[in-house]
Each structure stands twice: as C-alpha cells, then as structure tokens.
Design a protein around this ligand. Structure first.
Ligand code: SIN
Length: 186
C-alpha cells in the first residue's frame, strides 16, 4: 500500500513542542480521535471537497477501495471545515491515520470568527496510488453504498460528514447530492 508517512515526517513544517492549526474537511471534522487545544470552524479558499480519493485502509480495502474526501484545486471555491489547534506531537498519529495518499500542505485558514492564521491540511493529490478521480455523484453514491473497511461502512463516512457540514451551515452541493442519491438507494 502506498504510504505517505515518511514523506510527511521528512517535511520541515513542524517545530517540536509548538502548536499548529490543522484544517479538517472530511472525517477529521466528525471523528476526533486526537487531543486538541482549541477547535474553531474555518474555511480555506480555492479548494473544493470531492469524493475522488480511494480508501484502502479505512472505508475499503486494497482490492475493493472505498471513496473518501480529498480537495481539488478550484479558483473561487471555498471549503468549509473544522480547524483544530494541536501540539506537533499529534502529527505522529495523524500521519498514520492519513497515510493512504494524503500529504500535508500549508494553507491559510479563515476562521468563522473573522480571524486568519496559517495551518496544515492533508490533501490526497491526483498522483497518489489510491486516487480514483472523478465520477458522477450517482456513481459515487452506488460505490459508497457497498464499500466497507476496517473503520466501518463507507456510507457512514458520507452521512456523518453531511450531518457535520449541515451543522456548520456549509453549502456543499457535491456532498449533499451524493447523500441524496445514497438515501434513495436504501
Ligand atoms: C480530512 O478530514 O481533513 C482529511 C480526509 C479524511 O481523513 O477524511
């Protein structure tokens, strides 16, 4: 399995003992299995959330990958999510959790409270081995309806994310359209 842990560890963006903002836009919004010092809703500009990344280790398997969220560069787009201030040591766990294709990138965070800061975000780019790429929302829903992996059913990932985005008042046509197709299948 393609594993990004060593690449992420080799990056010099972390200073030991220093707290860093992490922006979460997928499962990191609703599945918080790490310690944080502070949590605030935020958005990042020029990125759109898409269910275009394959999951071999959480919501699928290498033979039958699930579909999970990544970010696609898109001018004028805004991606709403949750930011967590975490101690740099927490990235050991996060790099492991996000190892199937996600690399850490620097980004500007625009918090809902009007403040701005720099932070990190995990993005699975189109050149990673688990990348699945575009498909229609209807096809993605059919795929998500049957996939499952060590972290559970793929549909749970989508439905929990959609609920979390509603709580953040996020307008995400892609996610809500997949949700509609998914619910129509059941
Ligand atoms: C994220 O949530 O920010 C990254 C993708 C994921 O873990 O679902």
């Amino acid at each position: 399995m393609f594993d990004t842990q060593d690449i992420n560890k080799a990056q010099c963006t972390l200073v030991e003992g220093q707290a860093v903002w992490l922006f979460g836009y997928g499962s990191l919004i609703y599945k918080v299995d790490f310690e944080y010092l502070e949590r605030k809703p935020a958005q990042i500009e020029h990125w759109a959330r898409r269910f275009w990344q394959g999951s071999h280790d959480h919501r699928g398997t290498p033979k039958a990958p699930g579909r999970v969220a990544t970010l696609i560069s898109q001018p004028n787009a805004n991606c709403v999510g949750m930011a967590y201030k975490v101690s740099s040591e927490v990235f050991e766990h996060l790099d492991h959790r996000e190892k199937n294709g996600y690399l850490r990138f620097n980004t500007r965070l625009n918090f809902f409270d009007g403040s701005v800061d720099q932070g990190l975000v995990y993005i699975a780019s189109e050149n990673n081995a688990a990348y699945l790429g575009p498909a229609s929302e209807a096809e993605i829903a059919k795929h998500i309806a049957i996939a499952k992996g060590p972290s559970g059913h793929n549909d749970e990932y989508l439905l929990e994310l959609a609920n979390a985005l509603r709580e953040l008042n996020a307008d995400d046509e892609h996610v809500f359209t997949i949700e509609r197709h998914l619910l129509a299948l059941s």
